[in-house]
Design a protein around this ligand. Structure first.
Ligand code: HEM
Length: 409
């Protein structure tokens, strides 16, 4: 069986046509050996079916906490500089996405109330206002970069406002998080670490200011939980803010960008949606499935030897779930390679599954709906301003997003 490498997952061709790439992966088998990233001495695996994706994401034997488990073993296996940097990165992360119950339950519980569909629905007028203002700024020029002018500023403004972070700093976050994403598996991991350290320093200074001047925002509520006793440690607080900022904007930008590109390339579907706003919820679900804003899960580690498809996944080995491959599994979806915004049976895994199911899903759905419906209604002549082959994709094995999307209207 050919070993898949991370380089295979981040190539431009892979990004351009994820459905074709996922079909190619699925042809090779349900469980593929993956060259462990960052020079890790351990083995790594990737699942490609819907059934296995659900099984792994719901199986408590696949754990996330590398401090509790696994890291000591990794430490003995390699002195690779990139591995060292990745370990320092993992050691910094103490948020819900990198721990297991009971810590996971506690950390997720502290912020989950702010993300319920009911709480998120209250943000609707403000999100609509942001979308309108962004389009008003470009409307007269007749063209824009749909990523830089719209898909990026919308979610970063929303999450910054929820956290009470000065919106002027958003370009700086974007630069740091892009450096972290691009270089942590690339050739210059020290740049990723430097960006992470700068980001952490920024969050620390921001927390000092929040402690001095608490406000009605999510950060102040978290600071209160930390000061109130043993519910939240300081590194957990910093890591949680980091997670919310990164997850809050690096993903939804891709739903809006990839989603609009898919509609531009399927004008019949775009017109159908423009004429029928009642299709908006099912269209967003289909764009989540078909355009894979997040293509791969974050890693899990086997806490014991686990047999899958006759193959032993050894204790301490990493497992990734290909969400994009699961979401085109013909055993789960009818005509999975077809974009159909009227699709009814659509239990896609774009937001994951199990206890780490995306906390921000209600927010991402609302932002996606408002963004795409506002673009379609306000810009009836929207069209691509370049050949699709000229579009470039960000180099990340986990996220699928365009560097820019030039359009005319
Ligand atoms: C977790 C996808 C938007 C916050 C996840 C996971 C996926 C995902 C696949 C699970 C990863 C895993 O199990 O390895 C997406 C997509 C989004 C999106 C496709 C947009 C289209 C957001 C937004 C937020 C957010 C707007 C808001 C802050 C989180 C958090 C987790 C998470 C906090 C960790 C949950 C936990 O560990 O319990 N997301 N996400 N996401 N997402 Fe999202």
């Amino acid at each position: 069986m050919k070993q898949i490498s991370f380089a295979d997952l981040l190539g431009q061709e892979t990004k351009r046509d994820p459905v074709a790439f996922a079909a190619h992966l699925r042809e090779q088998g349900p469980l593929l050996p993956l060259m462990a990233p960052f020079g890790f001495g351990t083995g790594a695996w990737m699942t490609t079916t819907y059934e296995d994706a659900v099984a792994v994401l719901k199986d408590p034997r696949f754990v996330k906490d590398t401090l509790k488990f696994g890291q000591a073993e990794h430490e003995q296996t390699s002195s690779d500089e990139r591995e060292d940097i990745f370990k320092r990165f993992l050691a910094f992360r103490r948020d819900m996405l990198t721990v297991d119950p009971p810590d996971h339950t506690r950390l997720r519980g502290l912020v989950s109330r702010a993300f319920t569909p009911r709480m998120i629905e209250q943000l609707r007028p403000r999100i609509q206002q942001i979308a309108d203002e962004l389009l008003e700024a470009v409307q007269r020029s007749g063209r824009m970069d749909l990523i830089a002018d719209f898909a990026f500023p919308l979610p970063i403004t929303v999450i910054s406002e929820m956290l009470g972070i000065p919106v002027e700093d958003r370009l700086q976050f974007r630069a740091w998080s892009q450096t972290i994403i691009a270089n942590s598996v690339g050739s210059q991991p020290q740049e990723a670490l430097a960006a992470l350290e700068a980001f952490v320093q920024y969050i620390k200074a921001f927390l000092v200011a929040k402690r001095a001047h608490p406000a009605d925002d999510l950060t102040s509520a978290l600071v209160e939980a930390e000061e109130g006793g043993d519910r939240l440690h300081e590194n957990e607080l910093i890591s949680t803010i980091f997670l919310l900022i990164v997850a809050g904007h690096e993903t939804t930008v891709n739903l809006i960008g990839n989603g609009m590109l898919a509609l531009l390339l399927h004008p019949g579907q775009m017109e159908l949606l423009r004429q029928n706003s009642s299709l908006l919820p099912s269209a967003i679900e289909e764009l989540l499935r078909y355009t894979a804003p997040v293509t791969l899960s974050t890693p899990r580690w086997a806490s014991e030897d686990i047999v899958m498809h006759g193959q032993v996944i050894r204790k301490g080995e990493m497992v990734f779930v290909s969400l994009v491959a699961a979401d085109i599994d013909q055993h789960q979806f009818t005509d999975p390679q077809v974009l159909d915004i009227t699709r009814r049976e659509n239990q896609h895994l774009a937001f994951g599954k199990g206890i780490h199911y995306c906390l921000g899903a209600p927010l991402a759905r609302l932002e996606g709906q408002i963004a795409i419906s506002t673009l379609l209604q306000r810009l009836p002549n929207l069209r691509l301003a370049c050949e699709p082959e000229q579009l470039m994709w960000n180099p990340s094995p986990i996220l699928r997003g365009l560097t820019s999307l030039p359009v005319n209207f």
